[in-house]
Design a protein around this ligand. Structure first.
Ligand code: DQA
Length: 139
């Protein structure tokens, strides 16, 4: 089973960025742990700070993989283009946020991506990605 993780802007700074909110672990070492824990899955990881690159990656992967775990970061709250990309592909998308987007101010309360995702995990830290993998691998 092929599962892709796509992270949006500023998530390349995990481990350095607002550690009180996002924690101390960088995503590369977290992803290495995921790969060894889920060696029965074919996992890939992509991060971009650019909206267009995220759209292109969703298009590229969306007809081949079995599921996409997507943290669009700030683009969740602004991007119709990412929403439309999700609507255009075959693979189911599960939206993940490390922090609780409902507890951090009104401008983060709405995600354009949620309505076209199979579900949303928000506020459970990096564990959200593990729960998302469990969802896809136990289908
Ligand atoms: C985030 C939440 C977003 O509101 C924020 O812009 C991010 C990260 C999260 O994972 O908690 O960059 O998606």
């Amino acid at each position: 089973m092929q599962i892709a993780i796509i992270n949006g802007p500023n998530l390349n700074l995990l481990g350095k960025r607002e550690t009180d909110i996002y924690g101390n672990e960088d995503f590369d070492s977290f992803f290495a742990r995921l790969e060894s824990q889920y060696d029965q899955l074919d996992l890939s990881y992509y991060q971009s700070n650019s909206e267009g690159e995220i759209v292109s990656k969703i298009q590229e992967l969306g007809f081949g993989v079995d599921g996409i775990i997507l943290n669009p970061a700030a683009y969740s709250h602004t991007s119709i283009a990412i929403r439309d990309a999700i609507s255009s592909i075959k693979a189911p998308v599960l939206e993940v946020h490390i922090s609780n987007i409902y507890a951090r101010g009104a401008f983060r309360n709405h995600s354009h991506v949620s309505a076209v995702s199979v579900g949303v995990i928000s506020g459970l830290g990096l564990k959200g990605y593990i729960l998302a993998l469990d969802y896809f691998s136990n289908q």
